[in-house]
Design a binder for this molecule. Sequence first.
Ligand code: GLA
Length: 743
Amino acid sequence: MIKTVFSASGEPVFHLRAGDASYILAVFHGFLLHLYCGPAVSDDDPEYLLVRVNHDSVVPRPADTTESWFSLDIAPQECPVWGTGDYRPSALKLRYDGGGVTPGSSATALRYVSHEIVSGKPSVDRQPAVYANEDEADTLIVTAEDPSTGVTVRLYYTAMRDLPAVIRRTAVENTSSAALTVERIFSASLDFTGWQEPAELLHLWGTWGRERHMERTPLCHGSVSVSSRRGASSHHHNPFAALVSRRTTETSGPAVGLSLVYSGCFEIAADTDPFGSVRLMAGIEPTDFAWRLEHGETFVSPEAVLSVSGEGLGKMSRTFHRLYREHLCRGEWRDKPRPILINNWEATYFSFDSDKLAAIAREAAACGIDMLVMDDGWFGERSDDRSSLGDWFVNEKKLPGGLKPLTDRIRAMGLKFGIWFEPEMISPRSKLFEAHPDWALGTEGRPLSVARSQYVLDMTRADVRDWLFDALSGILSSADIDYVKWDFNRNLTEAASASLPKERQGEILHRYVLGLYDLLDRITAAFPHVLLEGCSSGGGRFDPAMLYYSPQFWTSDDTDAMERLDIQLGTSFVYPASSMSCHVSASPNHQTGRETSFVTRGHVAMGGAFGYELDLTKLTPEEKDLIRRQTAEYRRFAPLVNRGDLYRLILPSDTVNGRVGCCAAWEYVSPDRSEALVTFVVIRTTVHPVYFLRLEGLDPAGLYEDEETGARVRGDTLMRAGLNLTRTWRDGESVMIRLTRVE
Ligand code: GLA
């Protein structure tokens, strides 16, 4: 719901009610001011929220305001622009060719012109975006203008009706008389003036094999920011951060999560000014961004999603989960149970042929697995990672007769079939590179950096994308293929394209991402039945924009169950369990050498889209029997895991009875609270451990039965006193408990 009231000056104040959150912005003497974002408030007196302080006399004041106290340097703003008196980080910086102002200058002003409120959410051209129909959301579109050049800026705000989520984006239309360059554009920026307690930025850092570890950093006077300049959203930081108070926990305290629907270079920052106002912003990282706009052209930023909670981090995450599950993921696989798969990567790496795959598939079929995925190594001359990317034709030495005989064989065993691609890459040792050396992204006259022996294709070029579409379509139509793992194993360097003029080279990093979206759009439209799984050396591009195309993503190349606790629970701050691909792999683990029991590996991998990644032909009969039980169990649990509400009960970084890093626990609860699934993992045991695990989200009066033991306990006891898990535990042991409400 969006309510408009008018202040004493007759200007509009907009109150966006999104679920149980309020977002209030006001027009004040033409300026767009941010008044509030948090748990719902009433709006009888909008001006009450306006801070009128005469800070000092040296701050510049806009020439066209008569209010002696008003300065843009301290005003809480919705779209702070560069060059006219706000010295904090700006959300928008334009450089003008002329059009009424000094050519080459960059000062900009913005004044409100008009607004419009529509039901639903207008779609966005050529970019992934949240979708909502007319009963699910309302959108406010505020149009503002730079009075000196006539440039138009549109700010979009969508308030979800049933979720405390607001989705923002910024569009710049060059309605001036000359060309201009957008040098900085943030999708959302908002100033919190009333945040008086010690604040922190909660974010997800990582690297290969250690993705999305949660960290909380105290804010300081100045900026705290996370970013990627790698051409991809990256392993190193996820395009997400939350502004929280030091006292915020999983279940209490304020949390405003900001998540960018973008797969390229990004920045999310919290900048604190001397008066304690915090500017939270998210957008495209500006280091190498410069987008040329000719007269009449428009640039639309990626979307930023705000999840607002007054009741801690758990609620913030559950809002993201529902929004991304129901309003971002698309296609027929959005709601369908995902196949339990076996991937041959850690089983064989590059050494496989049809017979080896068939042998794995035979065991898989007997164990209740649904699909075989053939990973890297089936094409060109690829027997290691040093050649053939781009040569998307079957290596007949490994797969005699091509794909069809293999997929027929696999299907005859009752399994589905999936295949690996890394479409955006080109190996210097490949037929494709011999034919089209100019298709590699690069700067002429400068040697190209290599990573994993490969270059990146110039995805800004339509001819490259057309060729890729044909190559992928050819393979996907040549046999029965149900699934594609879309990998991306290096970051961008020497980013330049021979196909663009010099004044457009600053667009490359963003155009690359738009090119990727274009190809993904075409492939998903042409092959709607194919389940797409994203991957990037594990989870190096696990971001909301990729979920728009691929409802699941390979969470990490680190498949060690203990390591996965940090990775999966960190990922869960934003992303739903249904989007996290998690596999049981061999023990000792290939990445860490750690030994973990088969049961625990299963319990941890059942925290997401489940599968296996080990050589089934080498397992003992007991282990195969365990797989049979695990696949049957997962089938029963999958609806809860994939559609239930997630509660993080213990993070590995939490202190439990004076000890850090000793256990982890989480819980899924069905929306009607009739069922819950609790997973508890002991990382490092102690003598005589006493554990009462306090559950959440249950019906306090409900009587819950433990499926395994038959024990019956009331919801209030389970939530307040806790689930009694006191017994002897060994390192790495775990339990999964299913509770059903019986009365
Ligand atoms: C990446 C992926 C792995 C595997 C290899 C194949 O590292 O993350 O899962 O597919 O590539 O080369």
